[in-house]
Structure formats: structure tokens, C-alpha cells
Design a protein around this ligand. Structure first.
Ligand code: CS2
Ligand code: MN
Length: 357
């Protein structure tokens, strides 16, 4: 596995490249132009500025997360074609600077959804929390206000321009079924995958987080059967998945280990983190260790190892520890601890394999 670390860019992250450099075994940063609205073409000078900044610290910039998809594409509106053209131009430019993987998602309106960004754990740390009953009873607008109020830095997926239009978007999604969303996704893939392939890039869709419908909006990248269907929509090596254990694993019916065994060859990028699921359907993000949550992180890493995985891996979200002031989920400490746990498992498996041989 090739370890990478999400970095939001100069002035947009409390974590610096200088700090990331001190985490063992991190070879690259996962980045994006967070200030370019979804649908617009990424300007080359801004792309180069991030690449240069990362390179100065010895990091590569081969993984981008995310190039966001404009809602008109997900809705299948006639205006989608101009946004798809912009998306293609961005893919080509990223190919020119050596990007290998582009992570994106196809969730209507919202990206990830939680009800609490600073849930206090017993040990005094805080974490992202999803309270099922609360989500079912909260008005989406209220949730947006709460989420944006609780984070000084913009949360990915909760960019103001994406959300200012909320009621209009909900209106547009009325009557859009899961099958409509599948059709719109297929249309998008048929357009962009050949461009990605020519550019030396694998597109890697991020699963829906949580992997079920929220606020009555359709969601389709939610389970093993749907991932299989997704990969067959355009059966090309340039059409892949960002297998996010924490997103998929929030549904106890999802067997993430089985998904790794089935799809590893089409997973250029893996997010590995743990969640603790409660009986009432709530879940909280925990430290990476298997014992600390509901997911068998050891088993997941072993599955990648068994498959001879050579793709990129990042610890996903972490808790906020030791009073760290940071973007919720994206502090330095817990993600660094997560990396060391993942390396611990990986190195032990490597050593054991060497001894057997
Ligand atoms: C998620 C998403 O993995 C994550 O960090 O919280 O924000 C993810 O970045 C997007 O869904 C990918 O497009
Ligand atoms: Mn993820």
C-alpha cells in the first residue's frame, strides 16, 4: 500500500506539510482546489501552485479528492453537458501534472452527513457523530446551519455555494428516483472515462456516507451489489472505486472485507477508518484500532494484503485529540496514529509472508 494524507492546502488547513512530513511512510498528499466551485474548470496556475508546494516537501500529488460533480449532472439536466466538458478539461489538466487518481462522489445535494461534529467521547476526545433519530427529525436547513456554525474552516462537501441553493435543489430532486440517478451516472461515466483513460487517470467514486438515503434524496453507491453494478456501467480499468471502509461500514449489513476481496483490482484508492455502530442505528467515528469500533480493521488490511494491493491508502477521518483546534475529522494526531496502526498491521503481514516463503 502507498500511504497518502489529505491536505487542504496552504492557508486552508491547520495541519502543515512540515508536520505531515514527520509521519512515517507518507509519500504524498491528497489534495483539491477547494475554492473552485463544482462545475468549473480548474485553472492550471492554481493546480501548479499546489503541486509545487507539495513537491517542495518531497510529496507527490498523484491523488486528488475531490473534483466535485455539478448537481445538474446528477439531475440529468440539459445544462449538464457544459459542466461535463469542464470536468473533462480538468481531468486532462490533472493528467498533465501527473495525477493518477481522481476521487469524486455522486451523492445528491449533500456529501457526507453527520448530526454532530464535536461529539464528546468518554476519554475527552471528540469525534463526528450520526444520530439516526435526530437526522430523521431535523430540517435540512437547520442541519446545514449547525454544521457550518461548528466549523471555522469549510467542511468538504459543505461548501457555501453548494448549499446556498438548498430549497431550489430539493425542489429539483423531487421525483428523481434511484434509477434516474443510475442513468445520469452512466451518462457521465460514458463521457469522462475515455478522457481519464487517455490521461492516465483512474476515476474512483467515493461511496455514499452514510450509505442510505437521507432527507428522502436518492443514494446508490451504498453496498456490494451496487458497487458491482457501478463497475459494470463502464467496464474499464479507468473506472474505479475509492473503497471507504467507514462510509460503507456504517451499515452493519455491509461486509467491507468481502468487498475488498471482490473489488481490490478496481480500487486505486482506499480510505481506511473505523466506526462504532450502536443498536439504534447511531454511529460515531472512532480511532482506527479494531477493538475500538465495529469494523475489523485488521481483517480489512489483511484482505488488501492478501490481494497484493499496491494502491493508495489514507487514514480517513480521525477524532480530535489533546485539544487540537482543527477541521473536524481532519486533525493531525489521530490520523497519524491511524497511519501507524495501519503500518503495524501491514508490516507484520509482510514479515510473516517473508518468513513463510
Ligand atoms: C468523506 C468525503 O472520505 C471523506 O473524507 O468525508 O468528504 C469524501 O471526501 C468525498 O465524499 C469524496 O468525494
Ligand atoms: Mn472516505
Amino acid at each position: 500500500m502507498r500511504m497518502v494524507f489529505r491536505w487542504y492546502g496552504e492557508g486552508n488547513d491547520t495541519v502543515t506539510l512540515d508536520q505531515i512530513r514527520q509521519i512515517p511512510g507518507v509519500e504524498g498528499v491528497v489534495w483539491a482546489l477547494h475554492d473552485v466551485p463544482a462545475g468549473e474548470e480548474w485553472p492550471m496556475d492554481k493546480i501548479r501552485a499546489v503541486v509545487d508546494a507539495a513537491n517542495r516537501y518531497g510529496f507527490h500529488t498523484e491523488v486528488v479528492e475531490s473534483v466535485n460533480v455539478h448537481e445538474d449532472i446528477k439531475l440529468g439536466l440539459p445544462t449538464r453537458d457544459k459542466y461535463i466538458e469542464n470536468y473533462k478539461r480538468t481531468i486532462e489538466k490533472l493528467g498533465q501534472v501527473g495525477v493518477k487518481v481522481i476521487c469524486y462522489n455522486f451523492m445528491p445535494v449533500f456529501d457526507w452527513v453527520r448530526t454532530d461534529l464535536n461529539r464528546k467521547n468518554e476519554d475527552g476526545s471528540t469525534a463526528l457523530f450520526y444520530e439516526k433519530a435526530k437526522l430523521e427529525n431535523i430540517d435540512p436547513m437547520e442541519l446545514v446551519e449547525k454544521i457550518t456554525r461548528n466549523s471555522a474552516l469549510t467542511m468538504p462537501g459543505w461548501e457555501p455555494e453548494r448549499l446556498q441553493d438548498l430549497s431550489r435543489l430539493f425542489e429539483l430532486y423531487k421525483g428523481v428516483t434511484e434509477e434516474d440517478l443510475w442513468r445520469n451516472l452512466e451518462y457521465f461515466l460514458q463521457e469522462i472515462i475515455p478522457v481519464a483513460q487517455r490521461s492516465g487517470i483512474t476515476m474512483a467514486i467515493h461511496p455514499d456516507d452514510p450509505p442510505w438515503s437521507v432527507f428522502g434524496l436518492p443514494r446508490i453507491i451504498t453496498n456490494q451489489d451496487n458497487l458491482r453494478r457501478f463497475l459494470q456501467l463502464v467496464d474499464s480499468p479507468a473506472n474505479g472505486v475509492t473503497l471507504c471502509s467507514g462510509a460503507l461500514g456504517a451499515n452493519p449489513d455491509n461486509d467491507v472485507i468481502a468487498m475488498v476481496y471482490e473489488f481490490a483490482d478496481r480500487v486505486p484508492f482506499a480510505h481506511i477508518r473505523n466506526v462504532k455502530i450502536y443498536e439504534n442505528g447511531d454511529f460515531v467515528e472512532t480511532s482506527h484500532r479494531t477493538q475500538d469500533g465495529s469494523l475489523d480493521i485488521y481483517g480489512i488490511v489483511k484482505a488488501y494484503h492478501d490481494k497484493g494491493y499496491t494502491g493508495y491508502v489514507r487514514p480517513d477521518h480521525g477524532r480530535q485529540l489533546w485539544g487540537e483546534q482543527c477541521r473536524p475529522g481532519y486533525g493531525l494526531y489521530d490520523r497519524a496514529l491511524g497511519i501507524m496502526y495501519l503500518w503495524g498491521i501491514w508490516d507484520s503481514l509482510e514479515r510473516a509472508k517473508g518468513e513463510q516463503a
